[in-house]
Design a protein around this ligand. Sequence first.
Ligand code: BTN
Length: 250
Amino acid sequence: METLFIGQEKISFENLDSTNAYLKQLCSEKVQVEGLTITAEYQTLGRGQIGNTWDSPKGQNLLFSVLLRPNFLSPDRQFYLNMSVCLALNDTLNQFCSGFQIKWPNDILFDGKKVAGILIENSISKNKIENSIIGIGINVNQKDFGAEYGRTSLSKLLGNSVDRGFLLQRICEKLEPRYLRLKSGSQGLFADYYSSLYGYKQEVEAQINGRVIVCSIVGVEPNGRLITEIKGKKKKFNFKEIKFLFPKSL
Ligand code: BTN
């Protein structure tokens, strides 16, 4: 399947500081075409969420950023784009093998282990989202994660390596209709997100302020805040205020 614009123009690099940073730089120089995609075999300064780094060995994984221009979304609905991107990625990975889930707010897991991370960086002007840089890192063919228990890769799950260009194309094909659907409204978005969300209406363990508790997710606010139920009471959390715990047996 062809896409209309996402991934139609691609610039690929062997080495880059960060595909997100590079795309941001391009956008600051001149207006870029929506859907422009930057890929890198290796990033020297890969960025993760909340100031973390994203390290990935050269030539094994998929590291890319896509430019979108969701000026139809008000900044207080930025999270709708996160949900759409998560769903596109989760749906794509589930085509390879079923069992992938979204961990709020926007990680993709398999059996409690992280396979993909998303970093969306928006620039806002006149109360509109101007440019949105969708940065995605997927563990594709990496086999060795050292002592790190909480990560795995698509190839480890499948038992064979995966063509990264093929995977990128499949993601673009899922991302574009999700994005166009969002453009025409948010019908079904929350329901789709919940149906792929780890811990939704299920009791799971989490850590809050160092204390381990059992909670279940009952929803997400339009601004992205997580709504949980703990011992029958509703409690809301911002990103990083709650950490889900995964049993090692998973
Ligand atoms: C996370 O912390 O889970 C988000 C990780 C996002 C990593 C990707 S790799 C491609 C793009 N460029 C970056 O510098 N970061 C994102």
